[in-house]
Design a protein around this ligand. Structure first.
Ligand code: AMP
Ligand code: MN
Ligand code: MN
Ligand code: MN
Length: 311
C-alpha cells in the first residue's frame, strides 16, 4: 500500500484546474444523488492502544459491520494497535496503516495523521520511540504540576488507567473522575488539562517538518488533522496550511467527527488552493450520545480529491 509513496498533488492540480475557481467551489460538495453502493471510509479512529475505548479488533470488526470499505486505525503516537490487527482484518474491508502524530508548529501543538506507510520503516519506528519517551516525560511533568495543585500520585493513577496504552491526558482525566477530583472528563480538561491549563504541555513534541518528513520517508501520506481545532485565526490557519504544504504534507482533513457543511467547504477550498488532497475521519474514540459513529460517506466529494483514491 505504500507504493504510492511519492504521489504528488500536482495530478490533482491538473484535474481541478479545468474548472474556474467559482465553479470548482460549487462542485466541491455536489453529489446529491448517491450511488447505490456508498463509499464509506474512515481515516481517523482510536483504540485502546491510545485513548479509545474499543480494542483494535473490536474497532475493525465494528467498522466491517458498518460496511466501511477502507479504515485506518490512527492511534496517538503508536502503531501497536494497527500492528496487532493488520493480519486479521475482516474480509471485504481494507485496513490502511495509520497513526496520529503529535508535533509542534512553533508553539502550537498540531496533530498529523500518517496513512499508508511502511510500518517496519526504521525512521518511523525511531520517531515513535522518541514520542513514547516524550509522552512519558510529559506525563511526569503533568503529574508534578497536578501535585502542586494538591492532586497527588496522578502519574501512577493515569498509568494504571492506561494499562499499557500510549499514555495521554485522557488517562489522567479518567483517573481524576474516578478519584472524584472532577465531575467528568470534560471538567478535567476544562480545569486542569486543556488549553492553557497546568497540564497542557506541548513543548516536547518534534516539529511539524520532521514529522511530515518521517511519514514521507516511510512511504506514507501526511494529513493535517482537524485544522479547525487549533483555534487559529484565519491568517494563522492559512500560514499553517502553507507551512504544511511546504514541508511536503499531502492532505487536509476536511471532516473530523461531525462538522458543519460550511466548515467542510471551507477546508476543501483551502486544500484545493494549496494543491493538497483531502482526507476524512470520524476521530472515533468511544460511543457517545452526540459523537460521530464510524464511517464517512465519500460520495459527496468531487472525484480526484480524496487521499482514499491514492491508498
Ligand atoms: P493528548 O494526546 O495526551 O495530548 O490528549 C489529547 C486527547 O484528549 C485528544 O485526542 C482527545 O481525545 C482528548 N480530549 C481533548 N479535549 C478533551 C475534552 N475536553 N474532554 C475529553 N477529552 C478530550
Ligand atoms: Mn484522542
Ligand atoms: Mn487529534
Ligand atoms: Mn484523533
Amino acid at each position: 500500500m505504500f507504493l504510492f509513496a511519492n504521489v504528488s498533488a500536482r495530478y490533482l492540480s491538473a484535474y481541478v484546474r479545468q474548472f474556474s475557481p467559482t465553479r470548482l467551489r460549487d462542485r466541491l460538495l455536489i453529489c446529491d444523488q448517491r450511488s447505490v453502493e456508498t463509499a464509506l471510509i474512515d481515516f481517523h479512529t482510536h483504540s485502546t492502544a491510545s485513548d479509545g475505548a474499543l480494542t483494535p479488533s473490536e474497532l475493525v470488526n465494528r467498522a466491517a459491520a458498518a460496511g466501511i470499505n477502507t479504515v485506518a486505525l490512527t492511534d496517538h503516537d503508536t502503531i501497536a494497535g494497527f500492528v496487532s490487527v493488520a493480519h486479521s482484518v475482516p474480509s471485504g474491508m481494507r485496513l490502511v496503516s495509520g497513526v496520529e502524530l503529535s508535533c509542534q508548529w512553533g508553539r502550537v501543538g498540531i496533530h498529523v495523521v500518517g496513512l499508508g506507510f511502511d510500518p517496519t520503516s526504521p525512521v518511523l519506528l525511531d520517531h515513535l520511540d522518541g514520542l513514547d519517551s516524550a509522552r512519558l516525560r510529559r506525563a511526569e511533568m503533568i503529574a508534578q504540576r497536578l501535585s502542586k495543585k494538591g492532586i497527588q500520585e496522578a502519574l501512577e493513577g493515569a498509568m494504571t488507567v492506561a494499562a499499557g496504552a500510549q499514555i495521554g491526558r485522557p488517562h489522567f482525566a479518567r483517573w481524576m473522575v474516578k478519584k472524584g477530583y472532577v465531575q467528568n472528563e470534560n471538567d478535567a480538561f476544562k480545569r486542569f488539562l486543556g488549553n492553557g491549563k497546568v497540564g497542557d504541555i506541548s513543548t516536547l513534541w518534534p516539529d511539524l517538518g520532521r514529522t511530515v518528513e518521517t511519514i514521507k520517508s516511510a512511504g506514507g501520506l501526511a494529513v493535517l488533522a482537524h485544522p479547525l481545532k487549533y483555534r487559529l485565526t484565519a491568517t494563522r490557519l492559512n500560514a499553517l496550511c502553507a507551512a504544511f504544504a511546504a514541508v511536503g504534507g499531502s492532505a487536509i482533513e476536511v471532516i473530523n467527527g461531525r462538522p458543519a457543511t460550511g466548515d467542510i467547504k471551507r477546508l476543501v477550498g483551502m486544500a484545493v488552493e494549496r494543491d493538497l488532497l483531502i482526507s476524512v475521519g470520524s476521530d472515533f474514540h468511544r460511543d457517545a450520545e452526540y459523537g460521530a459513529g464510524l464511517g464517512i460517506d465519500t460520495e459527496r466529494f468531487l472525484p480526484g480529491l480524496g487521499v482514499w483514491e491514492r491508498l
